[in-house]
Design a protein around this ligand. Structure first.
Ligand SMILES: Nc1nc2c(ncn2[C@@H]2O[C@H](COP(=O)(O)OP(=O)(O)O)[C@@H](O)[C@H]2O)c(=O)[nH]1
Ligand SMILES: [Mg+2]
Ligand SMILES: [Zn+2]
Length: 300
């Protein structure tokens, strides 16, 4: 028996790094499937490992948190790679990703990619967007020159000693960024990566890569249409600046839509809360309100 961490899952096999530094290929024991426990990369597990090629997972330790996309547990933070161009920047997609992470209780860090594709005027615009998200309370890595020493140092420092995931749309530049942080990785990027994914959708590999003294999962993509289900009235607490402002709303339980004396709406009016955040909030609020309870999938 040994304890360790799942570093990779592939076709029903889980590669576990034991605390004594052995990498053991394991399978989950039958009774896990019966109890509907699917081991996740990042899980702390107890294994029975007579040798390095065939072990069994006996127990999955309680998780601190977990994500569905990518399927990783016990995550300290998520780097949200967001392209300013190619694919086009969307506050809606960014806010949805931030929401997913707030629900999962995982700290987001926003990394703006492809900044070299911006004109000087657009650079100024994005510096403003970066500042606005910092004001909300998110760390934002934004430099006019992509992969500048400053930006890479910031990422390096972030990763050290932590379990991270990098998420973002296909083509956002996730793999390219990781290759810059750790050139040894040689992750496939662009066309090559897309071709590999097309041929491989039956064998979804999830793995934690050792980078900058930490571990990070690179993931093949994020769907902008991932849905959330929760009571619409709870949505506001996952928008940090709304949650802070709401203590000044006239009504307890204000959902910041039609209520008089709403402090959130006042801050949108005064320009202290981004109009785009409010618009994205309203859209999500309506979607959640229109969900029929019977059709709701369980939360997370
Ligand atoms: N101009 C520019 N292109 C980039 C940048 N980062 C990545 N790319 C390109 O964008 C494409 C997608 O990058 P990739 O890392 O595979 O994206 P992923 O799907 O998020 O892993 C590749 O062709 C990269 O060369 C950047 O900062 N500037
Ligand atoms: Mg990639
Ligand atoms: Zn309000």
């Amino acid at each position: 028996m040994a304890e360790g961490q799942i570093r990779q899952s592939l076709s029903g096999f889980y590669d576990v790094m034991t605390d004594s530094g052995r990498l053991v290929r394991t399978r989950a024991r039958g009774n896990f499937r019966n109890r509907k426990i699917t081991p996740l990369v990042g899980d702390r597990v107890v294994i029975d490992a007579p040798n390095d090629h065939e072990g069994y997972i006996l127990e999955v330790k309680p998780r601190r948190n977990s994500l569905v996309r990518p399927p990783v547990a016990n995550v300290d933070q998520a780097i949200v790679a967001t392209a300013v161009r190619q694919p086009a920047f969307s506050t809606n997609l960014l806010d949805r990703q931030l929401l997913a992470l707030e629900i999962a209780d995982i700290e987001p860090v926003i990394y703006l990619t492809k900044t070299d594709l911006l004109t000087a005027a657009e650079q100024t615009e994005f510096a403003g967007i970066a500042a606005a998200y910092r004001k909300i309370g998110y760390q934002v890595v934004y430099t006019a020159e992509p992969f500048s020493a400053v930006a890479l140092k910031e990422v390096d420092d972030l990763l050290t000693g932590k379990v991270s995931v990098i998420m973002g749309q296909t083509g956002a530049g996730k793999s390219t960024l990781l290759n810059h942080v750790a050139p040894d990785l040689k992750l496939a990027t662009g066309e090559i990566s897309a071709a590999l994914n097309r041929g491989k959708h039956t064998t979804r590999r999830v793995q934690l890569l050792a980078v900058a003294g930490g571990l990070i999962a690179d993931t093949p993509g994020f769907s902008s249409y991932d849905t959330f289900s929760m009571d619409a009235r709870s949505l506001g607490k996952y928008f940090r600046e709304f949650r802070r402002a709401s203590v000044d709303c006239r009504f307890r339980g204000c959902v910041h839509v039609n209520e008089p004396g709403c402090a959130v709406k006042a801050l949108v009016e005064s320009g202290d809360i981004l109009q785009s955040r409010y618009d994205n909030y309203l859209q999500l609020y309506q979607t959640l309100k229109n969900q029929k309870p019977n059709y709701r999938k369980s939360e997370k």
